[in-house]
Design a protein around this ligand. Structure first.
Ligand code: PLP
Length: 379
């Protein structure tokens, strides 16, 4: 199947709308021009709405990890501790970053299981400069309790750093209300821009702690914030991606940020309903401390089919879905419903899944999945 005809239903990068692709093909401009400043200013203002914050937002040229590195490297130095809560792949990245710049105090929970807030509290009681968590853990398709961790961070005066890379714009993400000091998202997820930009919202409290020349050079958050006051970037930014970001934010505002989240919630609900009707178990399952994600759904590989048959069969029929990462390889598969994803995209995905399952003898008839998905999306 031609790459152009493939429907990308992975949890990022996602399908990019034509308007955004066209915006990217505009002629180049100087990044030191008033034209660029206008674009950056417009993006920064709209990103505040997206993050639900009054804080400053900067845009870094680099993928989401650049934003995570800017946050940890800017706050944590040699001999300083950061509590890193982990229940999936991306939480682990914060631990690695913490150890690169200072000392991580990892709180590891099995992938997909809820945080034990008593352990979080106990770790903060020992004293730490910052605490990190992933809001929407993409590797397991669950949303972690940022509000509760935020309360503890405030109580113990730790800078609260949250990876909202696959969450902001898709799940509710209340930067100010939850007391998030540094919130990060990435362009290739809910905004439906190609990969390559990291958006970082920084509180006054965090800004006061950032020191000149600390952390990464290219990802120096203080340098980015300083330049952003004049709607400039310290180094040559990925200008075409800024064109794309501005157009994507226009599209998102036209739809409305809450309406956009509600659409993604409906689509993820559709995937879950289809899974249940096809006898596919959600994995992991949520409990009172976690919720299912609007942006990615993780499911157990059904009995009678393996990863290459399921995902390969779908790919052959023009639909790309993700597998499990690391220890979950071959055990789960994941469907993304973020960005510009539509009901038709979900129904095509589910009908393709059904076709593959029937071909491999996992189900005996077609239709139950799309029936359940369309009913759930309409509800
Ligand atoms: N954090 C989360 C929750 C993610 O989903 C991802 C990417 O999938 C990342 C971090 C890493 O972002 P990037 O690959 O854009 O550097």
């Amino acid at each position: 199947m031609d790459i152009e005809d493939t429907l990308l239903m992975i949890p990022g990068p996602v399908k990019v709308p034509q308007r955004v692709l066209r915006a990217m093909s505009k002629p180049m401009i100087s990044h030191r021009s008033a034209d660029f400043e206008k674009i950056y200013e417009d993006c920064r203002l709209r990103l505040r709405d997206l993050f639900d914050t009054k804080n400053e937002v900067v845009v870094l040229s680099g993928s989401g990890t650049a934003g995570m590195e800017a946050a940890v490297g800017g706050i944590i130095g040699k001999g300083e501790k950061v509590v890193t809560i982990t229940n999936g792949k991306f939480g682990e990245r914060f631990t690695e970053l913490g150890d690169r710049y200072g000392t991580s105090v990892p709180l590891d929970f099995p992938w997909g299981t809820p945080f034990d807030l008593e352990r979080v509290k106990a770790a903060l009681e020992e004293g730490a400069k910052a605490i990190t968590m992933v809001h929407n853990e993409t590797s397991v398709g669950i949303v972690n309790p940022a509000k509760e961790v935020g309360k503890l961070a405030r109580k113990y005066d730790a800078v609260f750093i949250v990876d909202g890379i696959s969450s902001v714009g898709g799940n509710e993400f209340l930067t100010d209300e939850w007391g998030v000091d540094i919130a990060i998202t990435g362009s290739q997820k809910c905004l439906a821009v190609p990969p390559g930009l990291a958006m970082v919202a920084v509180s006054e409290r965090a800004m006061d702690l950032l020191e000149e020349g600390k952390g990464g050079y290219y990802t120096d958050l203080k340098a980015h914030l300083k330049k952003a006051k004049k709607n400039q970037t310290p180094y040559t930014p990925a200008v075409s991606l800024f064109f794309a970001l501005q157009e994507a934010l226009t599209i998102a505002s036209e739809e409305g940020f809450p309406e956009r989240r509600a659409r993604m919630a409906g689509l993820a609900g559709g995937v879950r309903a289809a899974a249940s009707s096809l006898g596919i178990e959600l994995s992991p399952q949520v409990n009172e401390h976690t919720t299912y994600s609007n942006t990615v759904t993780a499911m157990k590989m059904p009995n009678g089919i393996n990863d290459s048959q399921l995902r390969g069969g779908m790919r052959k029929r023009g639909v790309g879905v993700s597998g499990g990462q690391e220890g979950l390889k071959g055990k789960i598969f994941r469907i993304g419903t973020m960005g510009a994803c539509t009901e038709a995209d979900v129904l095509r995905t589910i009908s393709t899944l059904e076709l593959v399952l029937k071909k491999e003898g996992v189900i005996s008839s077609l239709g139950a999945g799309i029936e359940a998905a369309s009913r759930a999306i309409d509800a």
